[in-house]
Design a protein around this ligand. Sequence first.
Ligand code: ACO
Length: 430
Amino acid sequence: MAQVQDVRLTVDEVARELPLTRASVGNDGVSVSTLLRDTGLVTVDSGFMNTASCSSAITYIDGDAGILRYRGYPIEQLAENSSFLEVAYLLIHGELPTQAQLDALTLRVSRHMHVHEGIKAFLGAFPRDAHPMAVLSGALSALSTFYPESVGRTPEQIELATVLLLAKAATVIAYLQRRSLGGDLIEPRRGGDYVEEFMRIAFSPASGEIEVDPLVKHAVDVLLILHADHEQNCSTSTVRIVGSSHANIYASVAAGVGALSGPLHGGANEAALRMFDQIKESGDSIEQFVAKVKDKAEGARLMGFGHRVYKSYDPRGAVVKKIADKVLADLGGSDETFQMAQRLEEIALSDEYFIERKLYPNVDFYTGLLYSAMGFPTPMFTPLFALGRMPGWIAHYREMLNDPTTKIGRPRQIYTGEVERDYVPVDQRG
Ligand code: ACO
């Protein structure tokens, strides 16, 4: 598509030039900020289908071509060669770290993985079957009260909060798993590998310690990398809008966890696995289930399918499918469900309903299968997504904070309620 040079909007025969904001690659923007002042009109864009809420240098997506890059690096290269903390550094600081920088971050994060006794008590106060996303949101918000020296907007405070969030989120999520399985909370070890330590805390029995299978560790690293950022998605936009009021980073990220918990967003990994189970239990054939989805009568959606931005195969989904093949073969995971998912994908991809609407598997179609094969209970899938997304949320919060054009997020509306009317005393109401 040729680059647009000039945009004019004619309102009641008066033409106004709208300023353009250029992208380094991808869609340029048309600025409408002065429209209300100049014309009395607001723009309407339900679900922000066509609204850029900010300029960002963190992540680039081309949804038609199935491209995802963090700070310019293709996701496939990062998944193949990098580690989660290295990608976290890249997203947050803009460049890949040197070995010394990576070692320093790894050590600093590992030194902060222990959590305050008060946080442990807080986790213990919830019912054992509480959904971990609800507890996680509360715990992340509560971190600000235990580590007040990291609360604020100075570079030092933000840097400390960054390390604390990366470190403590891993321990809290691992503890949530231990609690749900009835285990005691074991202490993190200092100086270990981030993912290995997370897995050790999550899975070690009360006495003794597990050896983390290197293939599983690698798969978790890759899954976390794939989830690490996805530009202005629902939860990241939530983090930005909460932070735009100058709420602290903990409150902002906790709000992001709430947004992520929904089944149309991060909760889709859990919903997809439940969907596979339901199909099995119902005795329906895959064709019958697809027919129900297309019929829309029962409100069924093919969970793990479709994406607001990707109108081709989600590049993260392609990476997950490849590792799922390997890990499931190695762990002897649910082959039956994997085959069912593959068959479901095959049928959907050749069906006119899905082709017409450009619905492809997204990252969540296969992740639940993998997590399940690794031994994670189903409610832990979305907290794992949250752990992966943490660097992205932090990077966006920091970018927003440093952007002089940031304003408090405050959309307009089209009011469709009653026009002015007079109060009627209760004894006179019909
Ligand atoms: N199954 C069946 N039909 C679907 C699906 C699906 N998964 N997704 C979209 N459609 C249909 C809609 O019914 C609609 O059909 P229509 O034109 O006949 O009305 C059309 O495709 C467009 O769908 P919208 O809901 O308008 O698309 P939107 O961009 O708003 O939604 C979303 C994107 C929420 C991801 C949607 O595809 C969905 O609900 N998918 C299932 C949940 C899911 O997997 N979410 C994870 C997203 S990835 C992530 O957060 C990491």
